[in-house]
Ligand binder design. Structure first.
Ligand code: ZN
Length: 556
């Protein structure tokens, strides 16, 4: 029935069109449909039954505040966004509906998965500086202006929370967010304050009140500290955070919101793992002199379920974990916090990873694909970043792995966290802390997950690190390719060995700061072999990510 209505409406719209423009329209519609189909809609579930009546009300108000972040973000991304959105909302044609839907997925008129290509006629290319800077400003103009400013004004101009505008005389000037976005930020502050009134948990109250103040004063320091101190069933992250939208300089923070609730069960499991870290460090497959006899305090990790999101958090590929704040002063004094969105990870597992596994994994091993080992390995990955060499001695001088590994550092560090995650979980399985049933599941799920990561290419650290591991495991006969079937499988005993030896090799390169060895390893192994490429080609038409449908989880 739905299809028939669609055809009728489409037919009516095109009445009077010439045949060729009709064809062009339906081509555009098909193209939009296939772009949209890369994102699978999924209802994100979160258990709100443990929340008090007051906290439920807090959630309700924070959902509204998240919508204010939507508008703020659209304004920041492009000054034509609100008009474009308005026009789309008034367009009842099938293409109009599709464009609106895709606009909401991308939070703007540019398709993020297609290099930022506009999908709405008449829209200009994406401005590199978003609307943080005057459209006609060049990088050079900004840089030479900043150089002439006194130091405090320089910090302000290049700071997170100002936009750059022109004065009446055409000169550049920095305008703080609380002035530029006064009305919307006042509305957001009012909502946060009314949420604070019904909130019962003191740290939540403090965060909401200090963040409301920050929206009005433009000083975010105290509220960032309060965010680090949050110890509440509701974990809201709301405000200006990441600087990716500012492709010109990466200075300006875009507004977003992740409204989440704490997952107590997983948080407790994480605490159990954390108690094992020093013992795992002692048993790392590297020379004793490279081991850390006393691990420092780990950055806190929160496992949460997402219930609402706003602004940049909505746009394109969904964030499954984040690390904040970005303000170096807060990080130096209070450290940073890692937030893992468990229900987002689950949705990606169900809607993206499982279909990929269905095509790439030997059917006999497919029943081993499971969410539990998938998520546990992600947790282990995060914890393993803290283990192994960090501060090292090269030629008698003290330095860090990051400095010694230079441009290769991230790819190697990501590969380390992955493979050491396997090593650590294997250690805990052998010790009886993690159930033995997870052993096979973990390696097979990791193999399927490798293809998910590699789809995003090997130009970026995670993909490059994953290619390295996949080839190492293939060479070690830990992963096996069945040429006739075009599928992959795991040899568990070999996989155990490969996890141990690769962990040792990478960590030893890091411990010795051996840049040349790192380069040789990545050159040899961080490649896409023909069998893997054929598999990736087969996955081309598979969905890439999810679109969270959060409204359905709203309690009534
Ligand atoms: Zn990582």
């Amino acid at each position: 029935m739905k299809t028939i209505t669609f055809v009728l409406v489409a037919g009516m719209t095109f009445m009077g069109c010439t045949q060729s423009s009709e064809k062009k329209e339906s081509q555009a519609s098909q193209e939009l449909a296939s772009m949209i189909h890369r994102f699978v809609p999924v209802v994100l579930e979160a258990d709100t039954s443990g929340l008090s009546a007051g906290d439920r009300q807090v959630l309700h108000i924070l959902r509204e505040a998240a919508r204010v972040m939507d508008t703020l973000y659209l304004l920041q991304a492009w000054n034509g966004n609100l008009a474009a959105l308005n026009a789309l909302e008034g367009d009842a044609t099938p293409e109009g509906r599709q464009r609106l839907h895709y606009f909401q997925i991308n939070m703007g008129p540019w398709s993020r998965l297609d290099g930022g290509r506009p999908f709405i006629p008449g829209v200009p290319p994406k401005p590199a500086g978003a609307s943080f800077y005057p459209e006609d400003m060049t990088k050079e103009e900004f840089t030479s202006w900043v150089q002439k400013l006194p130091e405090a004004a320089q910090r302000n101009a290049t700071g997170f929370f100002t936009v750059i505008r022109r004065t009446e005389r055409g000169e550049l000037t920095a305008v703080p967010y609380n002035r530029e976005y006064r009305d919307l930020l006042t509305r957001a502050a009012t909502l946060l304050r009314s949420a604070a009134e019904v909130a019962t948990q003191p740290t939540l109250k403090t965060f909401l009140l200090t963040r409301a103040d920050a929206f009005l004063s433009n000083d975010y320091y105290e509220s960032d500290v309060a965010w680090m101190d949050l110890d509440s069933p509701i974990e809201p992250t709301i405000g200006p955070y990441e600087v990716y939208l500012d492709e010109l300089f990466n200075y300006k923070a875009a507004f977003e919101a992740f409204i989440t609730i704490r997952n107590d069960e997983e948080t407790a499991r994480l605490a159990r793992f954390s108690n094992e870290l020093q013992e795992i460090e002692r048993n790392l497959p590297i020379a004793d002199r490279y081991k850390n006899p006393k691990l420092g305090a780990m950055a806190p990790i929160r496992v949460v379920d997402q219930v609402a999101l706003g602004g940049e958090a909505r746009a394109g590929v969904q964030t499954a974990a984040f690390n904040l704040p970005n303000d170096e002063k807060v990080v130096a004094e209070k450290g940073s916090k890692r937030v893992m969105l468990r229900n987002v990870q689950r949705a990606k597992f169900e809607k993206i990873l499982k279909p990929i596994a269905g095509l790439t994994i030997d059917p006999r091993q497919q029943p081993l694909i499971a969410f539990e080992p998938f998520f546990t390995h992600i947790l282990a990955h995060e914890l393993m970043h803290g283990l192994g060499p960090h501060v090292i001695t090269v030629n008698g001088r003290s330095t860090t792995v990051r400095k010694a590994m230079k441009d290769l550092g991230s790819a190697l560090e990501e590969a380390k966290a992955d493979v050491a995650g396997l090593f650590a979980l294997q250690y805990l399985i052998d010790k009886g802390v993690v159930p033995r049933t997870m052993e096979q599941q973990m390696y097979v799920t990791f193999l399927a997950s490798a293809f998910r990561s590699l789809r995003f290419g090997i130009h970026e650290a995670h993909g490059r690190g994953m290619a390295l591991q996949l080839n190492y495991f293939l060479n070690a006969k830990a992963f096996l390719y069945n040429e006739a079937a075009g599928t992959f499988s795991v040899d568990v005993p070999h996989a155990r060995d490969a996890a141990r030896t690769l962990t040792g090799e990478i960590m030893t390169i890091q411990a010795t700061g051996d840049y040349e060895k790192a380069r040789a390893m990545l050159n040899n192994l961080a490649t896409i072999e023909p069998a893997v490429q054929r598999t990736l080609d087969k996955l081309a038409s598979f969905p890439v990510d999810i679109v969270p449908v959060l409204e359905a989880t709203e309690p009534h």
